[in-house]
Design a protein around this ligand. Sequence first.
Ligand code: AMP
Ligand code: GLY
Length: 422
Amino acid sequence: MKVLIVGSGGREHAIAWKCAQSKKVDKVFVAPGNPGMENVAQLIQLQNTEELIRFVKSEGIRFTIVGPEQPLAEGLGDEFLKANLAVIGPSKLAAEIEGSKVFAKTFMKKYHIPTADFQVFDEIVPALSYILKKEFPLVIKVDGLAAGKGVFICDNYTEAETILNHIMNYGIFGDAGSQIVIEEYLQGEEASLFAFTDGDHFVSTILSQDHKQLLNGDEGPNTGGMGAYAPALFTKDLKKQIDKNVIAPTLKGMRKERRTFKGILYAGVMLTEKGPQVLEFNCRLGDPETQVILPLLDNDLINVCEAILNKSINEVELNWKNKSAVNVVIASGGYPGTYEKGYPIKGIDKVSDDTLVFFAGVKKEKDTLLTNGGRVLSLTALGNDLRDAQEKVYKEVEKVSFANSYYRTDIAQKGIRRLGEK
Ligand code: AMP
Ligand code: GLY
């Protein structure tokens, strides 16, 4: 069969790589993809949804996996269903669980899904009088999609007032900031869990942990993710708790709201003293968590996708390699602010065969890969435990270079520290 992946980053490279391993698959297409993926997929440039649908029909593609949230929030899932085409990704209404923080938080409150206390505002005056009575730090979030840039942790009133002014008076987020959520600050460690769901039932992955901040020790500005590891070894029943208290009631609630969620539901949770609390839901796989989850997954991803489509996910059991995986992102110096592009990437040919290279912000000129984005590429190594995987991945990361490249040197360290505690 033929499959198509929509998107162009490291997550989509990992999905394409995993699909290409299936005996059932003859060909993987990625739209638009990037030239670093050509080892596993054929790139295809399509201008709009109409062209995409025409391509899927004419190629006889069995199903399409949508990588990023934006096309789902814009209704790509619905367009596929209308055209009678199979798609891994929810409808527009269901994707609001990621696309609108106001919807997600109100929904969680209604269905008793553990999350930080919050209040919604669409005017600055009541928002200001609310924060006057609140303890700091507190968290301000814009309602709509903001590419990870719409969340602010404020340490004092003045900081919060400035942020509120920028969002609500100057409108720097446009429509995405027409409503905001102000919520309680949660303390703890974060973990990500993905649930493959046919709308009624689900199977969930092992836990992974992203590293959102730019600098070692989780300092500096938030980014799209500087690396990840899995499994994130918290207490044994944590995954069960998230399945029972978060995923199951969320899917049930979404059915009740007539927003049945079919696809991949991502729960980002904070592990607090009171138990896991939901920070956010996403309507797709995480980046860079996918780059550690899929290499550890023993199942054929095609079988999992087919079970989502045929509504038989309750018959699937996910099997995992008895290994740990660490992924390190190599970024352009200056990211997530401004950075230069167009530098040649060297040393890929020296990377050991057992290490996976997933490309994101790259372009090709005369057979040379050049940097073309903030997060340029990432490497994943598997090891017998996290320490082993970390050692392996950094040995390989050192072989890759381009002008002004930057990476964190402590990916997975928190997990390794926890190993020592046991
Ligand atoms: P979100 O897009 O809602 O997941 O927020 C992005 C990041 O901001 C999260 O991954 C956390 O690191 C942080 N964050 C969000 N909400 C809170 C909160 N209530 N308390 C502490 N940190 C938070
Ligand atoms: N890893 C965070 C995200 O995919 O949103």
